[in-house]
Write a protein of this length. Structure first.
Length: 169
């Protein structure tokens, strides 16, 4: 008598994966890659934001050192030119025989006014007209009376700005 159990015929082919199994595995891998890439992008954005906040805190501390030494904050009415600020915080103290108030990575030449750049490749912004009235942020709740900020990743004045009047640092 013959065994009636179902058997597979090999028909000359080796066992393998079906098309459905392959598509399922590819779909799962694609989903995992998407998740990892999304998390990596989020981590990079968070790292840039954290660096900008730390840089602005460092600039704020340097401005305080300047005020203590010279009795006032450096006057600057052109907010988008950070070389003026670096001249006041880097070059001027050294010309007066003091240690610089602000030193950023790569700054070595005491005769150069460097640009102070945010992680998105734009100048950090600083405004102080000498009378203590903030111009860019008249609602500034900062006790300092100056405006200090980065325009954030999108490069325009918007909600993603990192600013002293918003209490970000």
């Amino acid at each position: 008598m013959r065994n009636r159990r179902a058997t597979r015929h090999s028909g000359g082919r080796g066992s393998g994966f079906t098309l459905i199994e392959l598509l399922t595995v590819i779909a799962v891998i694609a989903i995992l890659v998407g998740l990892v890439m999304g998390l990596a992008g989020f981590a990079a954005r968070k790292a840039d934001y954290t660096k900008a906040t730390a840089d602005l805190e460092k600039i704020k501390d340097a401005l305080e050192e300047y005020r203590i030494e010279y009795g006032r904050y450096p006057q600057q009415t052109t907010a988008d030119d950070s070389t003026i600020l670096s001249s006041n915080l880097w070059r001027r103290p050294q010309a007066d025989g003091l240690e610089p108030f602000l030193v950023m990575k790569g700054w070595t030449d005491t005769n150069t006014s460097y640009r102070i750049m945010d992680p998105w490749g734009r100048d950090y912004r600083y405004y102080y007209d000498g009378d203590g009235n903030p111009y860019y942020a008249p609602h500034n709740n900062s006790r300092f009376g100056y405006d200090l900020w980065s325009e954030g990743p999108n490069g325009t004045n918007s909600d993603d700005d990192i600013a002293n009047w918003k209490g970000d640092f």
